[in-house]
Design a protein around this ligand. Structure first.
Ligand code: RIB
Length: 342
């Protein structure tokens, strides 16, 4: 008779031990006052022999001590987000919380399904880096009194009162100003996903520094794609195919910058002699890439830990008023820019 995998329940343990389910539950929760040591030992022995594992989801509904957080990110394949997850998980785990990681694949509909699923699970709180500029689920999250924090990607929802993200505008303004001071007047902007506010804020920084330097804003130098290597390569191909004259690039993130470098090299355009490039994020691959990408380094781990601190502070009742934490990234110049002093 082949062994079949059995999903034991607390009822099975109680029946085998000839005690009530309440007694088994008390022993499982180490609250065995009123249960003789002999009975408790016998129950523990049966549990171990059967390999029974309590259903923590069921327990959480009973004990309402789920100690579970939901974390929704837009793209697990982009090295920026695993760094974000690391910081959130480290802090949450240090406070005894399990983190359910959900990857929305930059799909707002998939993001909605995940958020609804986290509401159904009655998690203690949610951290969201959105695939969009607005979430239609956050009001429901409020209705179910599930606290949430918006991290990295600003949202235009009225109901957002806890958020942590980088000051995208100022640092892109400073990065492009650096290129202008290096003598560039034809600087291309290669933006990421257009329907996220992060992209718009970076674009505004680019636009305004160009205007403030009395340089004409040329649409022929502006492209939007998504936050990926292939998109960076394609956007530069488009600039070249359209005979666009450019001598520098401000990329929406490091993956776009890496894709841009690939195409420039393929086309025999020297970096930084013929074209300087600045990326955004500060992911590890940008530093070890050849040429090493000059970039805007986001303090991702700190942003992540701050978002987890805000959420747990809200859950524990220590935070009762809105908090918006804007973190200043740092321009780090490497070998895709000529002069290395910001
Ligand atoms: O690389 C992905 C981008 O989207 C990052 O710049 C991060 O800020 C996120 O918004």
């Amino acid at each position: 008779l082949g062994l079949t995998w059995l999903r034991y329940t607390i009822s099975d343990i109680a029946r085998i031990a000839n005690v009530s389910k309440a007694t088994v539950s008390r022993v499982i929760n180490n609250k065995s006052e009123g249960v003789s040591e002999e009975t408790a030992q016998r129950i523990r022995k049966i549990i171990n022999e059967l390999g029974y594992r309590p259903n923590t989801l069921a327990r959480s509904i009973v004990n309402s001590k789920a100690k579970m957080l939901g974390l929704v990110i837009p793209d697990i394949t982009n090295p920026f987000f695993p760094q974000l997850v690391r910081g959130i998980e480290d802090y949450a785990n240090s406070c005894g919380y399990t983190v359910f990681l959900c990857n929305s694949d930059n799909d707002p509909k998939k993001e909605e399904r995940y958020l609804l699923s986290l509401i159904d699970k009655r998690v203690d709180g949610v951290i969201l880096a959105s695939a969009s500029s607005h979430s239609s689920i956050l009001d429901q999250m409020n209705n179910y009194k599930i606290p949430f924090v918006i991290v990295d990607r600003p949202l235009n929802n009225e109901s957002v009162d806890l958020c942590v993200y980088a000051n995208n505008y100022n640092v892109v303004y400073a990065a492009v100003e650096h290129l202008i001071r290096s003598g560039h007047k034809r600087i291309a902007f290669l933006g990421g996903t257009k329907n996220v506010i992060t992209t718009n804020e970076r674009y505004e920084g680019y636009k305004n520094v160009i205007k403030d330097a009395n340089i004409p804003l040329r649409k022929s130098l502006i492209r939007f794609g998504d936050y990926s290597i292939i998109s960076g390569a394609e956007m530069v191909e488009s600039l070249i195919e359209n005979n666009t004259d450019f001598t520098a690039i401000m990329a929406g993130n490091d993956l776009i910058a890496i894709g841009a470098v690939k195409t420039l090299k393929k086309r025999g355009i020297r970096i930084p002699e013929d074209c300087e490039i600045i990326g955004f994020d500060g992911i590890e691959i940008a530093e070890i890439f050849d040429p090493s990408i000059s970039t805007v380094v986001q303090p991702v781990y700190e942003i992540a830990v701050e978002s987890a601190k805000l959420l747990l502070g809200k859950i524990n009742g220590e935070i009762t008023s809105p908090r918006k934490i804007i973190v200043e990234p740092t321009l780090v110049l490497r070998t895709t820019t000529r002069n290395n002093t910001p």
